[in-house]
Design a protein. Structure first.
Length: 339
């Protein structure tokens, strides 16, 4: 009963901290945009625009108001679920996010599943003979994939599989000769639901290279995490006690060491979601993937304050949500945690 009360307090504390974290992140991006060099008026009208036109646009966008007033208006809009209107596209930021976020989520989720499958398999493969050739190869794989520059890896994959071999398209999200599936914006899910095989194959062909590249870059995180935690678990007292009871090594690894080694990996999965943002930006730009990360890069280049702020707030909310969920899962699954 005491643990239930402690867990309830922990859940309440994590949920109470989530809005504070979002407020801090939103305030930080608001401030950084205002102190960064460059003028959004120059990006919209050009540096040679007439002073009257510049002044009129600045007043229309509210950039002539004092900074505290701009900040108060920004927070007020956020509290009402209003992300503002894009200065460059002249459409609501919520509409832009709604159109681009599914593409990024689809790419990120597929890449995360592939990365976890490959990384955990490689990390587990060398456990039979620690410091052996397989274990050394797994260690090199984990370090090498983690250190690969995303833009370089993406260009090499494009060059080999799209240009030289011609197996897969070099970029884009969907064949230009087909009509994209309608529905949620997740092309794989929508094409499966409609039973349209050409749409499904077209989506898979365009998703394969960027998802595989991003998965390769992230897989080393899972490899190193599982390898280190599994070796630590195999040297623990409860594993030695299981061996002393005459249990087979297979049973000791699978039923005693592996479940405890996977708990830290679950935490790392939440952190990897945040890493997806930086990696997805370069992947989306290189593969011309129409996701939210590529749209953020365009908004930064155009000094589009509302769009940058809106995208960062939405992405931050997703990261905070995933982090809270992962923390709660670890707290529920691991009885050793004390709150």
């Amino acid at each position: 009963m005491s643990r239930r009360r402690e867990l309830a307090r922990y859940v309440a504390a994590r949920l109470a901290l989530a809005p504070v974290m979002l407020w801090l992140l939103a305030s930080l991006v608001f401030l950084l945009l205002r102190v960064a060099p460059g003028d959004p008026i120059d990006a919209l009208l050009g540096p040679k625009a007439p002073p009257a036109a510049r002044a009129a646009l600045r007043q229309q966008l509210g950039l002539d108001r004092p900074l505290p007033e701009q900040y108060g208006r920004f927070l007020g809009q956020l509290l009402h679920g209003d992300l503002g209107t894009s200065q460059s596209a002249q459409e609501p930021v919520t509409a832009i996010v709604r159109d681009t976020l599914p593409a990024s989520l689809e790419l990120g989720l597929v890449a995360l599943i592939l990365a976890a499958a490959v990384g955990l398999a490689v990390g587990f493969s060398g456990i039979a003979r620690p410091e052996g050739k397989v274990d050394l190869a797994g260690r090199l794989f984990g370090i090498g994939t983690y250190a690969l520059p995303p833009f370089w890896a993406a260009m090499v994959v494009q060059l080999v599989f799209a240009v030289w071999l011609g197996w897969l398209p070099v970029g884009g999200r969907f064949p230009a000769t087909l009509v994209p599936p309608e529905g949620s914006g997740f092309y794989l899910l929508d094409s499966l639901r409609s039973g349209n095989l050409p749409q499904l194959l077209g989506s898979l062909r365009h998703l394969a290279l960027p998802a595989a590249t991003l998965a390769l870059l992230l897989s080393g995180i899972f490899t190193n995490a599982l390898r280190l935690n599994l070796r630590r678990a195999l040297g623990s007292d409860y594993v030695e006690a299981a061996r002393s009871r005459g249990l087979s090594e297979r049973r000791v690894v699978l039923h005693h060491a592996l479940p405890n080694a996977l708990l830290p990996v679950l935490t790392i999965t939440g952190i990897t979601v945040a890493s997806l943002i930086g990696g997805a930006l370069l992947i989306e730009v290189t593969f011309s993937w129409p996701g939210i990360a590529a749209r953020l890069q365009e908004a930064i280049a155009q000094r589009d304050y509302p769009l940058v702020q809106g995208i960062v707030v939405v992405v931050a909310a997703l990261v905070v949500l995933v982090t809270v969920v992962v923390d709660l899962l670890v707290a529920l699954l691991d009885p050793r945690i004390r709150f």
